[in-house]
Design a protein. Structure first.
Length: 148
């Protein structure tokens, strides 16, 4: 499979590694994303939990995008950030949605690595859920027939 030049550059820099994928693995990433999306829409759950679920759905879809190219991120610092940013070319994500995903990655990192309290507003939550839903629809169509 011919990979985008961006993936080849990340391979050369040691931020990705070659690894053959399977339809089952890609399908599992999409199943995980769907489950996280369901969790993000449960109204009585705290906003920060719903936000994290929507972010996790996006990350699972981004991983499906990588695996579709037979690559996997290494464990180097910044791999999650690169995985999210790669959505621009691995799944042709629109720039507005990509900004939403990058912001979500930053907010998640602050909450985890700085033990910051995540104050998620309804506007941010809904923007992420809406963008994640669009991404999920794109991924389902792109990987139809490639998953089991």
């Amino acid at each position: 499979m011919k990979r985008p030049v961006q993936a080849e550059n990340l391979l050369k820099r040691g931020l990705l590694q070659d690894e053959k994928s399977s339809a089952e693995e890609i399908g599992q990433f999409l199943k995980n994303a769907q489950e996280f999306m369901v969790g993000s829409k449960v109204a009585h759950v705290p906003a920060k939990v719903r936000y994290q679920n929507a972010y996790d759905a996006v990350f699972q879809i981004a991983m499906a995008g990588w695996r579709n190219l037979d690559v996997r991120p290494t464990h180097k610092e910044g791999s999650r950030n690169i995985t999210i940013q790669s959505l621009a070319w691995s799944l042709s994500v629109a720039s507005d949605d990509l900004r939403t995903f990058i912001q979500a990655d930053r907010i998640r990192a602050e909450g985890i690595y700085r033990a910051a309290s995540l104050a998620i507003g309804n506007k941010e939550l809904e923007a992420l859920i809406d963008a994640a839903s669009r991404l999920y629809d794109v991924a389902r169509k792109k990987f139809a027939g490639k998953t089991r």
